[in-house]
Design a protein around this ligand. Sequence first.
Ligand code: 13P
Ligand code: SF4
Length: 352
Amino acid sequence: SPSDPDLVERARAAKEKLGDKVFVLGHHYQRDEVIQFADVTGDSFKLARDAAAKPEAEYIVFCGVHFMAESADILTTDDQKVVLPDLAAGCSMADMATAEQVAECWDVLTEAGVAEQVVPVSYMNSSADIKAFTGKHGGTICTSSNAKRALDWAFEQGEKVLFLPDQHLGRNTAVRDMGMSLDDCVLYNPHKPNGGLTVEELRNAKMILWRGHCSVHGRFSLDSVNDVRERIPGVNVLVHPECKHEVVAAADYVGSTEYIINTLDAAPAGSKWAIGTELNLVRRVANAHPDKEIVFLDKTVCFCSTMNRIDLPHLVWTLESLAEGNLVNQIQVDKETESFAKLALERMLALP
Ligand code: 13P
Ligand code: SF4
């Protein structure tokens, strides 16, 4: 538990023993009890970039979810070992696009005669296999902090984008940031023949959105926004772009977890905020700013259950194992997948 002084002391001692051999990364959705031991915290873009910032560290302990640890493995040197404190920390959205489904989708696009015009853009929240598919087909990775720049780049390369796997980030970026209309977007359902789309629909679409979503952000609704505006007059609504389109359209500010933190840091004392993202982060920023009124956008509690799997006992076990020379829970992407996935990740890192 967060207040267990014995565990806190054990984590501190193991980390001290490891010294420069270990570099601990913490995503903003991690628990406070874990975040206190992170050498760096960030959104998924910042953590992907920072993972490679310490080539002298033998162990990268990634306090986040599986796809983030995979990306860190791809972007670090062969000598560095990336460790995920609980192997069950996955992401339900990333699981919504499998390599087989995406290969089948590409066949559908090929048969419809549109594949040559399509550039894949895959959200960071995807498996290394999907990133490799993206790299192989000339596409890029994006995160919530650079999705517009990724789409700008993609539409310089081709006429259509296949956006994987988060339909909401794809739609929100296309409509809110790129000036497209909802009619420019079609939804590809991997569970239906031909994605549930006609050849005509595929030919007319600019954005082909994969039918994936985040179940945590999916819980915010237009009612949540309307209710909070009624309850707290003058409130600023700030949400993550994984929220549904109608929620994002009704919000005042939209951005990544790092953007949310920076916006609240810069907000004047006395200002009022309702935040639509995971609850560990919302509680932490609320505690950090007692001079501002910061509330959760919905009334129901909503943690990301897989992010929450990384807790202090798992971190202590990981650090103590590494300190004793036992490599545990290593995340390792195979060489072939890594080389194509790296292409796609490097295109993202090179975006203007
Ligand atoms: P960020 O890149 O904004 O940190 O988002 C990661 C994520 O998983 C949100 O659900
Ligand atoms: Fe995945 Fe959603 Fe959790 Fe982010 S909040 S890691 S998208 S399940």
